[in-house]
Design a protein around this ligand. Sequence first.
Ligand code: ATP
Ligand code: MG
Length: 383
Amino acid sequence: MKNAILIRYSEIYLKGNNRYFFENLLITNIKTALKEESFDFEKNYGRYIVSNYKVENEKQIVEKLSKVFGIHSISPCLVVENNLDSITQAILSLDIQAGTFKVECNRADKSFPMKSYEIAAELGGRMLDNFPNLVVDIHNPQNIIYVDMRESKKTFVYLNSIPGAGGLPVGCGGNGLLLLSGGIDSPVAGYMMAKRGMSLSAIHFHSFPFTSLQAKEKVLALAKHLTQYTKALDVYVVPFTDIQVKIHENCPEEFMITIMRRFMMRIAERVAKNINAKALITGESLGQVASQTIESINTTNSVVSLPVFRPLIGFDKSDIVEISQKIGTYETSIQPFEDCCTVFLPKHPVIKPKIEIIERAEKKLDIESLIEEAIKNIEIVKF
Ligand code: ATP
Ligand code: MG
């Protein structure tokens, strides 16, 4: 009896001729996620099997696999020969000794001399013989014991599957540049786009010494955490203090955030083009704050030509918090270090800015040289 892990892929089965491209990418991503483990890997009828790993590492292997996009479900299983006694040994070792259960059998090995329902009935009987506190329930059992008898003369025995991360393999959806703040929303936005197969880089605007070095460390910690889903993540840390000071000195107070966000977008677009990213990503959600009304979004959007993906646009804050807790970024996001957006925060920010008026206010600034100076001083942190 051997341990193995069965992996089923998600949406890839919908793909046509280019399915192998997606499959190969998923296989590469699985192997990258497990790079610290030793294991064997094989393809088996549209599923993958990981085997010959250290059994004591099984839990951590499953944990790593559950963060690889493109996987639908994962089943740790026992692998035995196609004979009833070996299969019985496997199902008895599953630790299902009380409550309701049923055995579900799939017999791909047509040379085996019993039909699948006969095998299920026989194995169910053997379970009852060994554990008198068990009760069979065909319709709504607490435990389903799956017995998958393959043509390869191997039988896979497993209990309920563990859900995978879903989505598409990272790398199939082009490159995107995530505007990553230290808040709750933007890490979730990055996660959502990686889930649709995007490879990510991140850009962070930092206002040292108005904001602390810990604020930057927090963003880097979030970026590092996201690599569990994105494989790698390069972070472009942009010094933003000079730009904020210039806006503060030269532009009406209520436009501070709008103009600042227009600078962020312009700089992000330049960096994106340099690194061949085809879209910007933000954590904006309609109406969440003054800078996320449709007028504010139009005003910040109008300075860039790349598409801007806002995967959280229709999400409530509570939905976003729930995802951030699930993906493990929440605890870091709520650490109380100030973000650059809180520097020179106006008392009454404009809620419905007009593009022409903002453009007029910006005339006092040498936009081009401010951008160039910021880009020249970017620090790149690679994860
Ligand atoms: P978040 O929780 O992601 O910080 P938020 O609710 O605080 O979002 P804003 O501060 O208005 O909202 O920011 C909106 C979006 O702008 C963020 O989701 C992020 O994509 C981007 N952004 C804001 N501040 C920064 C920053 N310092 N560096 C990079 N991107 C930023
Ligand atoms: Mg923020």
